[in-house]
Design a protein around this ligand. Structure first.
Ligand SMILES: [Zn+2]
Ligand SMILES: [Zn+2]
Length: 305
């Protein structure tokens, strides 16, 4: 046992504003040791969620960036599908002002009550949630309506456990191994054995920041500081920079500047305008500023070490 999986993340939708043949509307899911964290829930997310086999009854939180249709219209469908698939666990949905009313209205007017508890929470910049596995912070992005960027920071994890070393020291498999994995010492006969003899150094939790529908902005740079992965609005190429500014979005190069200035390790561009058949130009423009850039593709899974 190695004390925790690698974090996996999946883009369920990488388009912006309207879907295209290849791109669904925004949604990005991170699998943590404490369940799923979904960022945005564009229309059709329920189907992508099913295809990605993310599991309808896992611990899960949904973080909504803002109240534009392309980021929230998937919620009613997702709730309905989850009910249909037999979800029993609570689901928490966080978002800016309006999110509670939206969820209430849609479930009331559509005459459907989810078969599991749904808790909606209106949030602002600052601490949003803290769980035994991770914490979430938010900052105001720079869009044409109030829009939140979020960062998810995993708690540090215990170091890797080495069963061979434990056996060598004559520690029987069972509860004592568990205790050592938690970093605590054990007693075998009259010997006291410290965890450091069989467990490696603690591993730093990952930080992932999600900022879509935003112009490049200092608040996001600060929020994203030192992220292992920054998922950022890269809606336009630089020849459309006027348009990006006007509508509250970023160019690919603008996103790359945010990655660079926040000292993030990796950048994933997303929320692409439907005017682009492919993302080659966007990727090239971002890479010129920040080489460790990838472009989001629907159902593309990332594994973060
Ligand atoms: Zn959008
Ligand atoms: Zn928007």
């Amino acid at each position: 046992m190695d004390g925790g999986r690698r974090v996996k993340a999946t883009f369920l939708g990488s388009g912006g504003s309207v879907p295209t043949k290849k791109r669904n509307l925004p949604s990005f899911v991170v699998r943590t040791d404490g369940g799923l964290v979904m960022f945005d829930c564009g229309e059709g997310t329920q189907k992508q969620f099913l295809i990605a086999k993310l599991g309808f009854n896992r611990e899960m939180r949904v973080l909504i960036s803002h109240m534009h249709a392309d980021h929230i219209l998937g919620i009613p469908g997702l709730l309905h599908s989850m009910s249909f698939m037999g979800r029993t666990r609570d689901l928490e949905i966080y978002g800016p002002s309006g999110i509670c009313e939206f969820v209430k209205c849609t479930t009331e007017t559509v005459k459907f009550s989810p078969m599991f508890p749904v808790r909606t929470v209106e949030v602002r910049a600052g601490n949003v949630a803290k769980t035994p596995s991770y914490s979430i912070r938010a900052a105001w992005a720079d869009h044409d309506i109030p829009c939140l960027a979020y960062s998810l920071t995993e708690n540090d994890k215990p170091g890797r456990f080495y069963p061979a070393k434990a056996r060598e020291l004559g520690i029987p498999k069972g509860p004592l191994w568990k205790t050592l994995q938690m970093g605590k010492p054990v007693k075998v006969g009259r010997r006291r054995i410290d965890a450091s003899k069989v467990v490696g150094p603690p591993r730093k939790g990952l930080k992932i920041t999600y900022a879509v529908d935003t112009r490049p902005c200092d608040r996001v740079i600060e929020l994203a500081s030192g992220s292992d992965l920054l998922v950022h609005d890269g809606m336009f190429s630089s020849d459309a920079s006027e348009r990006a500014r006007e509508y509250g979005h970023s160019t690919a190069a603008g996103a790359a500047t945010v990655a660079k200035r926040s000292r993030s390790r990796n950048l994933a561009l997303t929320h692409f305008s439907a005017i682009y058949q492919d993302t080659k130009q966007l990727l090239a423009e971002a890479k010129a500023v920040f080489p460790r850039t990838i472009v989001a593709e629907d159902l593309r899974a990332l594994e973060l070490p």
